[in-house]
Design a protein around this ligand. Structure first.
Ligand code: TYD
Length: 146
């Protein structure tokens, strides 16, 4: 018989932002500012595009890194996994941001042909901050694979 304590089921905390669109007859502009509409110091920005059909990326967690993901063109979806629960968040408009805290396993998937996924991060690139093995991730967050 499966006994599962309620406190063991931690639903994934999803934080998204609707960025203010400065629109006029010329079009739309969105401004991103550290510690204003982005909840940390922005130390790095990178983006991915020309993602090949059927490709998923990521498959890692971070020990300390915080990020905000914005699909500035096209669409994709982000699978978030806290070690207990999973959630999939669509990113399908350039005024939507998804905050990802440390210690969340993430997969970037379902890229449209034209997708440009931009990531803002609060630290410089540091391979030592990555957890690239799922079992290591579960150990990191103190869970045991069932
Ligand atoms: P990788 O971690 O495989 O990307 P993803 O998380 O999308 O699967 O990174 C691809 C390559 O880019 C790898 O050689 C590391 C390099 N890279 C940097 O040099 N700087 C960065 O900020 C990032 C995110 C990756």
């Amino acid at each position: 018989m499966e006994t599962r304590l309620a406190q063991e089921v931690a639903s994934v905390d999803i934080t998204t932002f609707d960025f203010e669109e400065h629109g006029d007859e010329r079009g739309i502009l969105i401004a991103l500012e550290e510690n204003r509409n982005i909840p940390f110091d922005i130390r790095r920005c990178y983006f991915m595009y020309n993602t090949q059909p059927g490709i998923s990326r990521g498959f890692h967690a971070h020990k300390t890194l915080q990020q905000v993901l914005i699909c500035v063109r096209g669409s994709c979806s982000i699978l978030l996994d806290n070690g207990t629960e999973k959630a999939v968040v669509p990113l399908d408009r350039p005024n939507k941001g998804l905050y990802i805290s440390a210690s969340i396993w993430r997969v970037m998937q379902d890229f449209s042909d034209d997708a440009v996924l931009m990531v803002l991060a609060d630290q410089l690139y540091d391979e030592a901050d990555y957890i690239r093995n799922y079992d290591d991730f579960l150990a990191w967050i103190g869970k045991k694979r069932k």
